[in-house]
Design a protein around this ligand. Structure first.
Ligand code: SF4
Length: 257
């Protein structure tokens, strides 16, 4: 339930953007239509048909996105919709958010929720050994001297941070797990592991850039908790990670633990 308002921010900004675009398209149609008639009598008709097709595409794309979100199931093209939201709409929404006074962080949270929703609406499920849990380094206890970025299994399981629980979760479901110190290492881990899907834990900034960089690989993003401020001894809701793993697994491949 707490996710609903976050998604609404993105949808609200999207509707606002569409209204502005429709107005601009109307001006684009109305102003030259008189001038075009002077060049050739059939030019206004060709121009009107082209702009109508553009408006139809925008409307049907927007409605498809809204219905996919409302139904929670893939109607069609959810994979393509995710690409459009990730590559085209998100940068626009950041700009529109700035115009109407919605913070970048809130738009990022909304984008992550919307992305997760679109990923979950797709019924294609991932093989166990091709699912990757990708964690930020700041989740490791700050005083722990063990190097876990090269191999997370170096963790001694002392329980001072959630790395222990997350490794146990990954082992239970037989999925891969890795820790990245930043975007470059995260990209390298993805290239080496070639995952079919990713459950990523990070802050708003890293999650949004990670989701964008990883496309077309589906990513369910889980925001970390920062009780000690950003980038130090961060935490994550293990239940959310478990749910995200289950969302990706083939129903017949899911193992109850
Ligand atoms: S659980 Fe692992 S990573 Fe965390 S502090 Fe203990 S040994 Fe270090």
């Amino acid at each position: 339930m707490d996710h609903q308002p976050k998604k609404r921010i993105f949808i609200g900004l999207l509707v606002f953007t569409c209204l502005i675009l429709f107005f601009l398209i109307f001006l684009l149609w109305y102003v030259p239509i008189v001038g075009l008639k002077n060049i050739h009598p059939s030019l206004p008709l060709i121009f009107s048909v082209t702009l109508s097709a553009l408006v139809f595409l925008m409307l049907s794309g927007g409605l498809l996105l809204v219905f996919t979100i409302l139904r929670g199931k893939d109607i069609f093209f959810s994979y393509k919709l995710r690409g459009i939201v990730t590559k085209i709409l998100f940068p626009f929404m950041i700009l529109m958010g700035r115009l109407v006074g919605v913070s970048k962080e809130k738009v990022q949270q909304s984008f992550i929720e919307l992305n997760n929703h679109l990923v979950r609406s797709n019924t294609h499920r991932t093989r166990l050994n091709r699912l990757l849990i990708l964690l930020p380094h700041c989740i490791q206890n700050f005083d722990c001297q063990i190097k876990i970025t090269a191999n997370v299994k170096n963790c001694q399981g002392c329980g001072k941070c959630e790395i222990k629980d997350l490794i146990e979760l990954a082992d239970a479901y037989r999925v891969n797990i890795a820790v990245a110190t930043g975007g470059t290492l995260a990209r390298r881990i993805i290239v080496e592991n070639k995952p079919e899907a990713i459950v990523a834990v990070a802050c708003e900034l890293d999650l949004t850039s990670g989701i964008q960089d990883s496309y077309p690989i589906p990513v369910i993003g889980i925001l970390n908790e920062r009780p000690n401020g950003p980038c130090i001894n961060t935490k994550v809701d293990i239940g959310k990670v478990r749910n995200a793993i289950l969302d990706f697994l083939e129903p017949q491949g899911a193992i109850k633990v």
